[in-house]
Design a protein around this ligand. Structure first.
Ligand SMILES: [Zn+2]
Length: 261
């Protein structure tokens, strides 16, 4: 289901032991940790696009503390995945959500992110999923109607590409930070549900909206990790221990042309 990312090629990629190759002999080696980098020169604005290694490591430490487990649980309950599902997580970061959904449901799991440090971390921890480095903002390197579920969890959104790679009876889950997400550290955020639904309205209709929240008493080092993860490291004073709220708005959608049975 992977397509060659070379401009004007887009032929199917076939797996040959440690590489992917298209019929025009464009070839992409598998990294030692198991991911494949399909990023093309025109896909990146900087030398090292996407999340930095420091931000990825900080986010993973927070996941490992268990502070985001309730958010994972809410997403899992909403999707009710089975081993029949084929899931794409677009902007998957270090793979926490997709990797755990795969473990719980035995779904086929595919993660794409533009950050090499993020995908490398994902591939090392969750080897039973397929991990790809690509620019999901531009185009997704997958054939039409490849997936039963696409997730975008606090990631960039590409409505037309999500629609293209989803099956007609597929579902799209978009998770965005709720207004009280990290409120203790950055104040109340904006309400984003309405405008997000509008951004997808051409291609998708809403099945449900819900909110998932968790709070944790974090020590100073973990508060610093939160700030690193959102690129707001402490400038002048040291981070201090704090209760921190994590909160997502979850929007579940289906393709607009879906035939409802
Ligand atoms: Zn090719």
């Amino acid at each position: 289901m992977l397509l060659c990312p070379v401009r004007d090629c887009q032929q199917p990629l076939v797996r040959e032991s440690r590489r992917l190759v298209c019929e025009r002999e464009h070839s992409f080696d598998m990294a030692r940790s198991g991911y494949v980098n399909l990023l093309q020169p025109q896909d990146k604005k900087s030398k090292d696009p996407g999340d930095s290694a420091a931000a990825v490591a900080a986010r993973r430490r927070l996941h490992d503390l268990g502070v985001t487990a309730p958010l994972l649980s809410s997403i899992s309950s909403l999707l009710e995945l089975t081993n029949e599902d084929v899931v794409l997580d677009a902007g998957c970061g270090d793979g926490f959500y997709l990797g755990n959904l795969n473990k719980e449901s035995a779904c086929q799991a595919h993660g794409v992110d533009i950050s090499i440090p993020a995908i490398d971390a994902a591939a090392r921890r969750y080897p039973s999923c397929e991990w790809i480095v690509a620019n999901a903002d531009r185009s997704l390197p997958y054939a039409d109607r490849s997936f039963t579920v696409v997730t975008s969890i606090t990631a960039r959104m590409n409505s037309s590409e999500f629609r293209r790679v989803l099956r007609e009876d597929g579902r799209l889950l978009v998770a965005i930070p709720a207004p009280e997400d990290l409120i203790e550290l950055r104040g109340a955020g904006r309400e984003r549900v309405e405008r997000t639904i509008e951004a997808f309205a051409v291609d998708f209709e809403v099945i449900s909206t819900s909110r998932a929240s968790a709070s944790a008493d974090l020590d100073a080092a973990s508060v610093e990790d939160v700030l690193l993860a959102i690129y707001r490291p402490m400038q002048s004073q040291a981070a201090v221990a704090s209760k921190v709220t994590f909160s997502f708005d979850l929007i579940l959608m289906r393709p607009r042309s879906a035939i409802i049975k």
